[in-house]
Design a protein around this ligand. Structure first.
Ligand code: G4P
Length: 338
């Protein structure tokens, strides 16, 4: 895997979520609508158990509306789960969040049974922007209360609706490789954890099939180039040439070309795109799970092998005249003295 980082503070965040979760009715998971599979935290299910779940596809203004509909249908089809799409231009996000959470947990209402909601999301998904809108317009910030850790803040979206915030969190191991590349392209992963060229190539691979017209419109590529069928190396080189990223010997500076592609994606200059469909992501997930299961089997076999050889060694030591003592006595040394 080309994307690696040291997720030290992520453990602290996980711990904070684990501590809070017992008092929570609904978990809001803020997803990037351009990567609704990759931006979903696989550890969250383990940490939050069977809590009711609201998936919010944030930054919907940047995503492909058709694919957003497909993802909403997918997530709305899951047990105990609702999904809505949102973006920063929404002037009243609180109403939509409250409504969706109340539909999920109608049994929680009134001052004696307030609806307690936890909001989680990966870095850069737009959580601060959303929280600022919520705090600024609708809510009283009550983060200094006893029982509310410094890691999180609580805001009251209504007298019987508490929203607990958590810091942006990634997870330590990106098993879905393609998802890792999408996360890196989105800016969720620190710059030092990956190779930009590799990420740009994977991004072009995800874009070229569904959005050849957007790549054509942005980079004015040679019309004879069949973008959807072209290899991503060819696309990166063509983009580099168009952008003047050429070095000695008329060669393309692919590092520079990769920077162009990633910046354009991050600054939303390509148009509305979504990098994955529910079906694609399910397939990548299944492949990753199968790989992990095979790896686990190898690990277990190795551990068994180690145990067997240790047991064999011990048995041979326990035979009279065998083992370290006999080796010692052969050259006349007492094992205890040695
Ligand atoms: P985080 O707390 O989850 O890490 O994310 P944050 O709110 O800081 O948002 C990350 C970037 O995404 C910001 O842009 C923010 O403006 C942008 N953003 C947030 N929500 C939306 C949305 O719904 N639609 C769009 N198009 N953009 C959104 P930035 O360039 O990093 O900072 P800024 O200069 O815009 O503040």
């Amino acid at each position: 895997m080309a994307i690696q980082w040291f997720p030290g503070h992520m453990h602290v965040t996980q711990k904070a979520i684990k501590e809070r979760i017992k008092d929570i009715d609904v978990v809001i998971e803020l997803l990037d609508a351009r990567l609704p599979g990759a931006s979903r935290n696989p550890l969250l299910d383990q940490i939050t158990g069977h809590r009711l779940r609201l998936k919010v596809l944030n930054k919907q203004d940047l995503a492909d509306p058709e694919r957003t509909e497909a993802w909403l249908a997918h997530y709305n089809g899951l047990k105990d789960t609702r999904a809505i799409a949102l973006d920063a231009s929404d002037k009243a996000p609180a109403q939509r969040l409250i409504k969706a959470c109340r539909e999920l947990a109608p049994h929680r209402s009134g001052m004696d049974k307030p609806l307690r909601v936890l909001i989680c999301g990966i870095p850069n998904v737009g959580k601060s922007t959303l929280m600022n809108t919520l705090v600024g317009r609708k809510a009283a910030k009550t983060g200094d209360e006893a029982g509310v850790t410094r890691m999180e803040q609580r805001i009251n979206l209504a007298s019987d609706f508490y929203l607990f915030d958590t810091p942006g969190m990634l997870w330590p191991k990106l098993t879905v490789e393609k998802g890792g590349y999408h996360l890196a392209a989105s800016g969720a992963v620190g710059r030092n954890a990956y190779d930009e060229e590799e990420v740009a190539l994977e991004l072009l691979q995800s874009l070229k099939g569904p959005y050849p017209h957007l790549l054509q419109a942005r980079y004015k590529l040679d019309p004879s180039l069949d973008i959807a069928q072209a290899h991503e190396d060819t696309l990166l080189e063509a983009i580099g040439r168009k952008r003047g990223a050429v070095i000695g010997g008329n060669r393309v500076n692919t590092t520079k070309a990769a920077e162009v592609v990633l910046n354009d994606f991050r600054q939303n200059l390509l148009g509305r795109v979504t990098l994955e469909t529910p079906e694609q992501f399910a397939q990548w997930q299944a492949e990753a799970d199968a790989r992990e299961a095979a790896l686990q089997k190898v690990r277990e076999e190795k551990a068994k092998g180690r145990k067997r050889s240790f047991r064999g060694e011990r048995e041979s030591w326990e035979q009279p005249g065998q083992g370290p003592e006999s080796a010692d006595s052969e050259d006349g040394t007492d094992s205890e003295q040695a």
